[in-house]
Ligand binder design. Structure first.
Ligand SMILES: NC(=O)c1ccc[n+]([C@@H]2O[C@H](COP(=O)([O-])OP(=O)(O)OC[C@H]3O[C@@H](n4cnc5c(N)ncnc54)[C@H](O)[C@@H]3O)[C@@H](O)[C@H]2O)c1
Length: 194
């Protein structure tokens, strides 16, 4: 590896994986570490993110983990503070967390709508809200928000909350990218294809 992220600190949300093997968050955390980044990995499932930490540490990388529900405002600010306490900065905020709940508008309950919006979209607003002031103070940073092709295309799957929340991530990211471009803070979306 080229160590393109040497001396960088990356906060990765959903850095475990939903099942055995690899998921996007786990793969990203391990790859960032291979490039030299120090990883602050968080997940609602502590044992999942501990597995990621053990892979990174076995390869000689640095990783600290924390159990966090990123949809909970009371947990996000302490998460950012803990990362700063541990590593002193946040160069990369990688917002990976996102869930799928099947259902069109008729089948979806209001509770499900609110829950998916909180996990997929509000969580990214919260992590950005508390991380941006530090990036600004340290003179720059990078935000990567994981969207989906479902943000811009119908994928033949009836999951209205997924389409809506992923499309919302585009607006959130564009707003941040343009507001903070002059402050050396870059914000982008990644569109994974299922
Ligand atoms: N898997 C795909 O085919 C696919 C396709 C397009 C986009 N994506 C997007 O990629 C991202 C990752 O998906 P993945 O399927 O690879 O999952 P993943 O394997 O990266 O797992 C996500 C992790 O997030 C954690 N998590 C869930 N809710 C959380 C919360 N509230 N707080 C903290 N952690 C939480 C889970 O415990 C899990 O470890 C999502 O945003 C998803 O929408 C995935």
């Amino acid at each position: 590896m080229n160590e393109r992220l040497r001396n960088k600190v990356a906060l990765v949300t959903g850095a475990g994986a939903v099942g055995p093997g690899w998921g996007n968050g786990k793969a990203t955390a391990v790859l960032f570490a291979r490039e030299g980044a120090k990883i602050f990995g968080v997940d609602i499932n502590l044992s999942a993110v501990e597995e990621t930490r053990s892979i990174i540490q076995q390869e000689g990388g640095a990783c600290t983990v924390m159990k966090v529900d990123v949809s909970n405002p009371d947990e996000v600010k302490p998460m950012v503070n803990q990362c700063l306490k541990t590593y002193g900065r946040i160069d990369i905020l990688h917002n990976n967390v996102g869930i799928v709940v099947l259902g069109g508008p008729v089948e979806t309950s209001e509770e499900t709508w609110d829950r998916v919006m909180a996990i997929n979209l509000k969580s990214m607003f919260l992590t950005c809200k508390y991380t941006l002031p530090h990036m600004e103070r340290q003179g720059g940073g990078v935000i990567i928000n994981i969207a989906s092709v479902a943000a811009i295309r119908y994928t033949n799957i009836p999951y209205i909350t997924y389409y809506a929340s992923k499309a919302g991530i585009l607006g959130l990211t564009q707003g941040i990218a343009l507001q903070y471009a002059g402050k050396n803070i870059r914000a982008n979306c990644v569109f994974y294809l299922a």
